[in-house]
Write a protein that binds this ligand. Structure first.
Ligand SMILES: CC(C)(COP(=O)(O)OP(=O)(O)OC[C@H]1O[C@@H](n2cnc3c(N)ncnc32)[C@H](O)[C@@H]1OP(=O)(O)O)[C@@H](O)C(=O)NCCC(=O)NCCS
Length: 225
């Protein structure tokens, strides 16, 4: 268990609600601004969060002190179903938001075309043709596996880091996974991120370097539950 720095009722872990999304987006932009989807801007992020929350197998958690969001975890305990629903339900809207973001933030547009252009275009065409989705349409580009949950985003307000909130959010996700009989949580992080120490400290195993379909290098971590 991580440090229990907070009084029992001071830190509250709960499901993310629509009313949390603006706070999550602000925190996401501030803490993980270097990440690809954050570069698309807050309007895109807002749509992304709402779309994520809307699927039947997403894990969307916040850690709050009072009414303030201090930590966010996004994931899914069934990646295949999640990305199918995510793409079907929100693919066109997110594609439109990305197009808008490319106009507003040209540097983002260049990166989008360079790293994801062809893959996303194929995904959009699939949606337009109303073809049955397959796992290749995942916007995250990460590989999903049967019986593995995916932790895709985790970040804590810098003023509250190191106080056990990250670990509590991961613990909450593993509780949900156990309820769903999922035995493993998978995540990836850029090799240079200090978060690697965190994952190792809380029991994740370094499974080596992998690269996403967009060509970025990551270290893959797995936690056996
Ligand atoms: C990584 C992050 C989510 C960890 O959350 P946190 O609330 O700060 O971590 P916790 O306090 O729960 O730490 C749990 C354990 O990991 C250790 N740990 C956390 N960050 C660490 C680091 N950078 N280096 C070494 N150990 C670390 C803690 O010391 C603690 O161990 P202890 O219980 O023995 O003291 C948070 O620091 C963060 O938001 N970082 C920036 C965003 C980011 O990199 N997210 C991951 C993207 S893939």
């Amino acid at each position: 268990m991580g440090k229990q720095t907070f009084d029992g009722d001071r830190i509250l872990l709960r499901q993310m609600e629509t009313s949390d999304v603006d706070s999550c987006v602000e925190l996401h932009s501030a803490v993980l601004g270097v990440e690809f989807i954050a570069k698309a801007g807050k309007s895109f992020l807002r749509s992304y969060y709402l779309s994520w929350m809307a699927t039947s197998t997403s894990v969307s958690l916040v850690a709050c002190i009072g009414s303030d969001v201090k930590g966010v975890l996004l994931g899914t305990y069934d990646p295949k179903t999640h990305y199918q629903e995510f793409t079907k339900g929100s693919g066109s809207k997110l594609a439109y938001e990305m197009f808008k973001a490319s106009i507003i933030h040209p540097a983002f547009g260049v990166e989008l075309i360079r790293t994801r252009g062809i893959r996303y275009l194929k995904g959009i065409l699939r949606i337009l043709r109303k073809k049955k989705e397959d796992s290749n349409t995942q916007l995250s580009g990460e590989v999903e596996e049967i019986n593995s949950a995916e932790l895709t985003h985790l970040f804590i307000d810098p003023r509250e880091q190191g106080k056990g909130i990250g670990q509590q959010l991961v613990n909450k996700m593993t509780e949900l996974c156990i309820e769903k009989s999922v035995q493993r949580v998978v995540c990836v992080t850029p090799p240079e991120f200090r978060a690697r120490k965190f994952y190792e400290k809380i029991g994740f195993k370094d499974m080596g370097t992998t690269s996403s379909k967009s060509g970025e290098n990551f270290v893959r971590y797995e936690l056996e539950i």
